[in-house]
Structures are given as C-alpha cells and as structure tokens.
Design a binder for this molecule. Structure first.
Ligand code: NDP
Length: 316
C-alpha cells in the first residue's frame, strides 16, 4: 500500500467484531485494513477472548474451543479473504474531515473513506493479587461464558449494578448457591432486576461487605470477605468467583468526535451500527453494554461491514 492511499475501510480492533467485519468487507472486495493491536486497557490483540480459556457457547464448535484458538481462526479467515491485518495500535483519529485520518506506528496518517470501530471493552477487576492469579481458574468476569463450569457448585458474585443482578440470576439457575457481595447496603441496580433476583431461593446477599482476598492454590476455594459494619473478616467457601463491577469501553480515542453515552459506550442508531458521523460504524462491545458476547460482537461486526459497503456504494 502506498503511504497516502485512501482505503475503502479501516477497521480498528481485532476481536470477534473486527474480524467478522474484516471477513465481510474483504469478501465484498473492499480490501479492508485492520489494526488489531488496539491495546488501550492493556488488552492483547484479539480482545477479551485472548484471556478466556474454554469457549463453549460459540456456535460451530461442539466440544468447545479455547479463546486464543478461536481468535486465531478468525484471523486466518480474515487474511484468507484478503484483509490486511496490522498489529499496531491506533493512537489518534481525526474523523472531522474526509478522508478520515488514523495514526498508528508510522508518522503519516492512514486515510479511509469508512471506518469500523471494534475497540471492545475491558471488565473491571478488584485489583487483588490472587484475583489476577486465579483468573480462568475460578475467577471470571462473565457468567454466561463460564457459569456452566460451576454447575451444582457454590459461587460468589461481587457488584451491585444491573450486571451483578443478571450474573447472579443466571448463576442461580446453574449453581446450588450464589452469594452476592455488595459494598453498600443498597443496590445500584434497577428495582425490577433486584426484585427478580431476590425472589430466588438459592441467592444470599451480603450487604456492606467487600472481598479482601481470593483463596485457593490451583483453583478458587473461597473468598475472604469483610463485613464493613462489624469490621470483621471471614472466609466464604465457593469454587467460582464472578466479578461484576462494570466494564470500561475503549472509546477514549473518539471522545469529542463521536456521540458517546454517559456510560462511555459509543452511540449508534438503534438497530444499526451507524454512529453520529456518516461513514463511521461501531460494532462489538465498544457500543454494547447489554449482551457483550463474542457471537453478538461478531453479528454487529457483520452489520458494520454491510453498512460500510452500502455507504460506499451510495456515496462514491
Ligand atoms: P455499574 O457501574 O452500574 O455498577 C457497578 C457496581 O459495581 C456498583 O454497584 C458498584 O458499587 C460496584 N463496584 C464498582 N467498583 C467496585 C469495587 N472496586 N469494589 C466493589 N464493588 C464495586 O455497572 P454494570 O456493569 O452493572 O452496568 C453498566 C451499565 O449497563 C448500567 O448502565 C446498567 O444499567 C447497564 N446494564 C443493563 C442491563 C440490562 O438492561 N439488561 C444489564 C447489565 C447492565 P456502588 O453501587 O457502591 O458504586
């Protein structure tokens, strides 16, 4: 590619959304360029799946597939169809004029007629040493992804927002007991979700408690909790520990340029991937705080590529 070639489509982000967009755009002969090395938030290329072990809920993989293997297959498929995949971070964009400009490792900006944003989101963690050590060994930030590994076992969830309610409710259908740990004596979650959760017989709530440690050598055996009112610590046995204290969408790069919700996620027109700037499309977790699944990210990546293709056809 010559330095100042104007690309039809540049994709930022190499997770399920970005690769699905790349496959569709490449098959539509748009010759997409993908920057997969977007690592704001410390994420490896490939997104959140790179830190996941077994993925059992991605269709087409009976018996499961590991997160990194799935990402490798996505990447092979993107390249096979002609996408150019570059392992670089995009650190600046200018979406104020056409062609759009994106800066990565070289001095000159890359130029694009359309841009597909697929920068993802990262789960927030408590920041405990043993939490980090036991990630994928009982510590998880996604009940839908990992809950099935704890069927008929006792688990704990930390958080007090809608995500925590949803995660705890989902787990209550699989596990014998779910203990929800929240640092205050009232939830932030909507009343409807609280009511639904609190009606479940196998859910117990520890209000005004914080988790001070995660226990276990090769797998989680419990969490140490502190009762903030009594100022007492005790150990709570569990084999799974789910963190549900929020996610951080990787959208800082677009602040001041695109419309962004108060919670940091990119705004798209309902039912589309169209952002506030025509020709810029947003897919995957950077615009979705509800579903957050690899398969839904892939679905919106497909939508973004189809919308980019149609936008180019209408505006060329
Ligand atoms: P929120 O930011 O709404 O809630 C985070 C929760 O985690 C809060 O209760 C907070 O406590 C707690 N928390 C944060 N940091 C810590 C910490 N270090 N230690 C202990 N607890 C902590 O995030 P959610 O992911 O729940 O929701 C994000 C957005 O997505 C919201 O707008 C939500 O409504 C939406 N959502 C909607 C759903 C739906 O409609 N089906 C499903 C899921 C999410 P505190 O309350 O004390 O601040």
């Amino acid at each position: 590619m010559s330095e100042n070639e104007i690309r039809n489509t540049i994709i930022i982000g190499g997770g399920p959304a970005g690769h699905t967009a790349a496959i569709y755009a490449a098959r539509a002969n748009l010759k997409p360029l993908m920057f997969e090395g977007f690592s704001a938030g410390g994420m490896a290329p490939g997104g959140q799946l790179m830190t996941t072990t077994d993925v059992e809920n991605y269709p087409g993989f009976p018996g499961g597939v590991t997160g990194p293997d799935l990402m490798q297959k996505f990447k092979e498929q993107s390249i096979e169809h002609g996408a150019e995949v570059v392992m670089e971070d995009v650190h600046k964009v200018d979406l104020s004029a056409r062609p759009f400009k994106l800066w990565a490792d070289r001095d000159e900006p890359y130029l694009a007629k359309t841009v597909i944003l697929a920068t993802g989101a990262t789960a927030k963690y408590l920041g405990l040493d043993n939490e980090e050590r036991l990630k994928n060994k009982g510590v998880s930030a996604c009940a839908v992804c990992d809950g099935a590994f704890f069927r008929n076992q006792e688990v704990a969830v930390v958080g007090g927002g809608d995500t925590a309610m949803e995660e705890a409710a989902y787990l209550s259908g699989l596990c014998t007991k779910v203990t929800l740990i929240h640092r205050r004596d009232e939830f932030r979650a909507s009343m409807a979700m609280q009511t639904r959760l609190l009606a479940k017989e196998n859910v117990e709530v520890l209000y005004s408690h914080v988790v001070t440690d995660v226990l276990g050598d090769d797998g989680v055996t419990g969490v140490r909790v502190k009762d903030l009112k009594a100022d007492e610590e005790r150990d709570l046995p569990c084999t799974g520990f789910f963190i549900a204290i929020g996610h951080t969408p990787m959208t800082e790069l677009f602040a001041g340029q695109l419309d962004i919700h108060d919670n940091g996620y990119l705004k798209v027109q309902p039912g589309t991937t169209t952002t506030s700037i025509p020709g810029v499309f947003a897919s995957g977790d950077c615009q979705d705080w509800i579903y957050r699944q690899a398969v839904t990210a892939a679905g919106t990546g497909c939508m973004a590529a189809l919308e980019a293709e149609r936008w180019l056809a209408a505006n060329e």
